[in-house]
Design a protein around this ligand. Structure first.
Ligand code: NAD
Length: 463
């Protein structure tokens, strides 16, 4: 079937079933959970073929994360769906108000490649929970994983409830021409702009999960060994191809030399081939590998020192875990989202200097702070508009289903995960009933008179 045939089918189905019951939604989610477990080996093999992602990383960053979201949704869906009773102001005396969440309708999702399972299934979980039929387009760059996911999803959902289209920008463009009620996009800010423009033609709502440069500040008070471990995990998992990976470091001058030593030994212990037991995931495409190599060369050309790593291998498509000292602001590594295992190390004079440097850039998706006291973190939290601030850890905000996930401006629009994900695919409807006292409104209804005007003014006392 073509995209427009599927869309028409879903539209008709949605009109006939505008609010699927909870048992139906949960049934689909449980089937999704079962299918995911059954296909674990197949998906691991597919992701290995796509970009040599190790089975350990797949377990941790694709399966565990997806299961957290799935189980959280199954556990809380009844509460999210339950109409919420609202208080009654005195002027509305005699009425009763509820707000209920109803599915927006057929929705479109466009997914990236970097966490192919998690970021394809995540929006499906939320759309299903909200009761929306959906069409999803996984990324063309993880074609093996996308193939497995397509088979899996189509076994669970009939086409009027869920469909998968494989392909690249052309397929996405064709899908974006259809008047879906909501568009959920995860990917780059460049394509996010295209998606928002297309959605505007139909006045569809959007969730844009974008990326950017997430800064990491290391205070003089930080536990440096813990900081080195947390930053390496956040940066080199998936070879840095993570939207919330620490993009660059801002290190307090007092501890810069000591932290450099900690970081160097942690990278060598865990990530340098032959010296540790972890092999970095490959870079997704040869073009991306080329860009990573260019970023390193450009930093060198700008006079920065490559302290560790720096090599890119075109056969394995791997880039070494790379630490670059003091690249200037004008260098590409400080201008572009890195999205690879390259870590710029900049020395700063303290909290205010770090904040000022971050504020000069577009709003980051996440901000990490390594420090002893909460006061330091609070200063970042207040001063920087960012989707999440994490103290003494990295990446974990993604796995906190009670906290909405998303960015601001350049790093995204809207929120997903948990209840926020459910709400993104839902419209809130006010249901207001008059139970008694219809005469109260009649006191101010036309024909108007001086007396009614007095009564109307008297109402102001009860607002
Ligand atoms: P991308 O923007 O290149 O592609 C994302 C999706 O958009 C793919 O499915 C692709 O086929 C499609 N696409 C490409 N061109 C298109 C066009 N012209 N019109 C419509 N659709 C088009 O991003 P990517 O390389 O897959 O992912 C990397 C980016 O995603 C990074 O910037 C990263 O930070 C961001 N990201 C954000 C999150 C988040 O949750 N905020 C998660 C993962 C990745």
């Amino acid at each position: 079937m073509t995209p427009s045939e599927i869309f028409e089918l879903q539209k008709a189905h949605f009109l006939a079933h505008p609010n699927p019951p909870i048992a139906h939604r949960k049934g689909r989610l449980q089937a999704l959970r079962k299918a995911l477990m059954e296909r674990e080996d197949e998906l691991k093999e597919a992701l290995w073929k796509d970009f040599s992602k190790s089975s350990y990383e797949v377990e941790l960053t694709e399966f565990l994360t997806t299961l957290v979201e799935l189980d959280h949704t199954l556990r809380h869906l009844a509460r999210w769906m339950k109409p919420q009773r609202k208080p009654t102001p005195i002027v509305l005396i005699g009425t009763k108000t509820h707000v209920r969440c109803l599915p927006k309708g057929p929705s479109l999702m466009i997914a990236p490649w970097n966490y192919a399972v998690l970021l394809t299934l995540g929006p499906i979980i939320h759309a299903t929970a909200a009761g929306c039929p959906f069409v999803i387009k996984p990324s063309e760059h993880t074609a093996h994983a996308a193939g497995v996911l397509k088979r899996m999803i189509e076994e669970i959902y009939p086409p009027e409830e869920g469909a998968v289209f494989l392909g690249g920008a052309d397929t996405a463009t064709e899908l974006l021409e259809l008047p879906f009620a909501h568009v959920h996009f995860t990917g780059s800010a460049r394509v996010g702009r295209i998606v928002m423009k297309a959605a505007a033609q139909h006045l569809a709502s959007v969730t844009l999960e974008l990326g950017g440069k997430s800064p990491t500040y290391i205070d003089a008070s930080a536990d440096l060994a813990n900081a080195a471990k947390g930053i390496c995990f956040g940066k080199f998992s998936n070879a840095g191809q993570t939207c919330i990976a620490p993009d660059y470091l801002l290190v307090h001058r007092e501890v810069a030399e000591r932290f450099k030593a900690e970081l160097t030994s942690e990278i060598q212990r865990a990530y340098v081939p032959g010296t540790g037991d972890a092999e970095l995931t490959a870079i997704i495409t040869s073009d991306e590998l080329e860009r990573q190599a260019e970023l390193i060369q450009d930093a060198r050309d700008h006079g920065a020192q490559v302290l560790i790593g720096g090599r890119a291998d075109s056969t394995s498509r791997r880039v070494e875990a790379t630490l670059i000292m003091d690249p200037p602001v004008a260098s590409r590594v400080m201008q572009e989202e890195i999205f690879g295992p390259i870590l710029p190390f900049l020395v700063v004079d303290g909290v205010e200097d770090a904040i000022e440097r971050i504020q000069r850039r577009p709003k980051p998706l996440s901000t990490y702070v390594y420090a002893k006291s909460d006061a330091v973190m609070d200063r970042f939290s207040e001063s920087i508009r960012t989707g999440a601030v994490c103290k003494n850890t990295t990446l974990l905000q993604f796995v906190q289903p009670f906290g909405p996930f998303g960015g601001e401006g350049n790093s995204g629009i809207g929120r997903s995960h948990g209840e926020a994900g459910f709400r993104a695919f839902s419209n809130e409807q006010v249901v207001l009933r008059r139970r008694w006292g219809s005469w109260i409104m009649r006191l101010v209804m036309p024909p108007y008179s001086q007396r009614k005007s007095w009564i109307g003014k008297a109402f102001r006392r009860f607002t």
